[in-house]
Design a binder for this molecule. Structure first.
Ligand SMILES: Cc1ncc(COP(=O)(O)O)c(C=O)c1O
Length: 434
């Protein structure tokens, strides 16, 4: 064990030994090389007033060396802001701005200590550093049976963990009983369980109601109270895209943060879908646990920074700067709300179209109230066959999630295209069902 890792482990254990126990082997070994090139150059940035010959960037005339043909494409940005490296945990101002946004969106977090978000290269990367920190090959990850397929690559293929599923829907809502039963079953006899929850859910587009959210939080807290160490990863990729009044508006993170010393809540979210900047690759990871202190979160963040440093080194400074300036803009909230309205109009139009009883022989729609997607449960016809037929005969792209479930991304349809899309899917279904 490197002494720097040991020092971080000691700082974590001193505050909460359960958190130390929840770390993976890699999580225990990783550290940020605080005596290495990055920290020496950080010191030099502050103190080297004569010459700074520390880091592998090139300077000219006091600013970042650059090609005019490149900087010409970025009017309004300085070469330093656009081209120099960001620190491994992210631009401090962006981390603060995202934390402020979290507090604004989730007033339930006021008064709770949680870590300063670290910046990742998108949410997929965020989930991978979380998995590196907290998941080993003998860990079990409980997740909904409706889930994003990349979890399998991250948790099962990369980390060698096992997954187990709980039923997501029952009787037109979240299957609280199914979740509680699965939680009891899979935590029985285990010291540690990882639970992954994602609202708005991909692929269904469903977010729990306030009372369903309360029931989930209560079941998790009761499990921690029974002595199980719980890592609860909350994937909030589509956070804020809520279309119904009874949807739980605050992240589940707000209901769990700081509530129990054996419940480590991890929020992985991103500008990606929320701020509509998919290719900029800006994500965040924040953690909270009962009795957590600023020093313990700083130690965990150093470990996360070490995981970032060892693979991507740091996320794009240019992307971070763009997101930061958008968050700081006085029109951010209004502009964002206007886009949520556009998405809501599409979701409501989908619902309206699907009310037509003619479709009943072909499918049932799963409940949806948020996010980018909705799913159809298709009767009689295999969805992969339907998907191929839609593509080849009608030039329409959809996603076959399971042999029965077809995912439609209404996020990329204009309101006036929605009726036509479902009519085509219905026609294609009839071609195959007859
Ligand atoms: C539920 C969910 N989580 C995470 C991600 C990954 O987001 P990113 O593009 O920021 O890696 C996606 C993207 O499709 C998603 O649907």
């Amino acid at each position: 064990m490197d002494p720097l890792a040991q020092a971080l482990n000691d700082r974590i254990t001193a505050v909460n030994p359960h958190v130390y126990a929840m770390l993976s082997d890699l999580g225990k070994r990783i550290y940020f090389p605080s005596k290495g090139i990055l920290s020496q150059s950080g010191e030099a940035k502050k103190l080297a007033k004569t010459y700074n010959a520390t880091i592998g960037t090139a300077m000219e005339g006091g600013k970042a060396m650059h090609l005019a043909c490149l900087m010409q494409q970025l009017p309004g940005l300085s070469p330093d802001d656009a081209l120099l490296y960001a620190p491994s945990p992210g631009l401090p101002a962006l981390r603060e701005a995202w934390r402020d946004k979290m507090l604004r969106d989730n007033p339930g977090l006021q008064g709770t200590t949680f870590s300063l978000p670290i910046v990742t290269t998108g949410l997929s990367h965020g989930l991978s550093v979380v998995a590196d920190l907290l998941i080993d090959a003998d860990d079990l990850v409980l997740m909904p049976d409706m889930n994003w397929d990349n979890y399998h690559l991250n948790f099962v293929v990369r980390k060698g963990a096992e997954t187990c599923l709980f039923p997501f829907f029952k009787d037109g809502g979240f299957d609280v009983g199914g979740f509680v039963e699965a939680l009891q079953k899979y935590s029985a006899g285990r010291d540690k369980l990882v639970v992954l929850l994602n609202f708005p859910n991909n692929p269904s587009g469903y977010t729990v109601t306030e009372s369903e959210g309360e029931a989930i939080a209560a079941a998790l807290l009761a499990t921690a109270e029974r002595g199980v160490n719980l890592v609860v990863i909350i994937d909030d990729a589509y956070y804020g895209l809520f279309f119904d009044d009874d949807v739980m508006r605050q992240s589940l993170f707000a209901k769990l943060a700081g509530r129990h010393p054996r419940l480590l809540a991890v929020r992985a979210d991103a500008a990606t879908k929320e701020v509509f900047v998919w290719g900029l690759r800006v994500g965040f990871v924040s953690v909270a646990v009962g009795g957590g202190t600023d020093d313990m979160y700083a130690a965990l963040n150093e470990k996360l920074a070490g995981l970032i440093r060892s693979v991507v080194s740091n996320a794009s400074a240019l992307s971070q700067k763009l997101v930061l300036d958008a968050l700081r803009s006085p029109s951010f909230i209004a502009e964002h709300a206007a886009k949520v309205e556009v998405m809501k109009a599409r979701a409501l139009r989908v619902r309206e179209v699907l009310r037509n009883p003619v479709y009943a022989e072909a499918w049932t729609a799963y409940p949806f109230n948020s996010g980018y997607f909705m799913c159809l449960r298709i009767n009689q016809v295999n969805t992969e066959t339907l998907r191929r037929h839609l593509l080849e005969k009608y030039g329409v792209g959809t996603i076959s999630i399971t042999p029965t479930d077809l995912r439609i991304a209404f996020s990329c349809l204009e309101v006036e295209q929605i009726q036509d899309l479902f009519d085509i899917i219905f026609k294609a279904w009839k071609d195959l069902a007859k």
